[in-house]
Design a protein around this ligand. Sequence first.
Ligand code: FPP
Length: 229
Amino acid sequence: MTRLPTHIALIMDGNGRWAKARGLPRTAGHVEGIRAVRRAIEAAGKRGIQYISLFAFSTENWRRPETEVRDLMGLLKRYIKSEAAEIHQQGGRIVFIGARARFEQSIQDLLRETEALTANNTGITIIVALNYSGRADIVHACQELAKKGGVIDDEAVKNALWTAAYPDPDLIIRTSGEERLSNFFLWQAAYSELYFSDVLWPDFDGAALDAALESYAARDRRFGGVSAA
Ligand code: FPP
């Protein structure tokens, strides 16, 4: 691989369609989606990617049927508990972005404990977006800046975002054939390369990741300037 992204972000779409195609309930698609998350983290780590962001639950996802939201919260609790120890053992660091106050207390505690457990690890950083949206991130940053006062410029906004401590994503991958950002990293995506895959999220694997990385390696990133070549 010639040029590798430092940070990849994943918009994991298609769990519902994956389940429907098999005559299964939507939750079965989410369960399989979690397996795909595990595979993606492992594959990204092996390839030397330093940051992986996961759009796991958006501010808009609360609009789903109550039973599906309840199932997702249950999976979230179970998944974080079972995976955090494994990721910790492999030296990965887990952090969460988003408005976490909306989650029940036991989930908020779990998020804090998971971050504390893995805080000093130096392996891949896994940024999990929960009750996150790009607009909510920007609005929250503006509110913080207004409270603080002082100069508001690019740097000040960047530093007030939930992602302040991480580099912008080099590559954003969305699965399932949809070609939009759906309110994910709006500020952070300014110069991200976008890659759309027809693969449904539960089928995402190392080969699908490699296809995205190959596409990325062939892109000419100019950041508004001119090509180096
Ligand atoms: C999925 O497809 C997407 C999500 C609801 C976000 C990603 C969630 C997971 C990978 C499961 C793990 C996350 C949690 C919070 C436990 P969709 O349901 O939008 O699929 P569709 O577009 O085919 O209906």
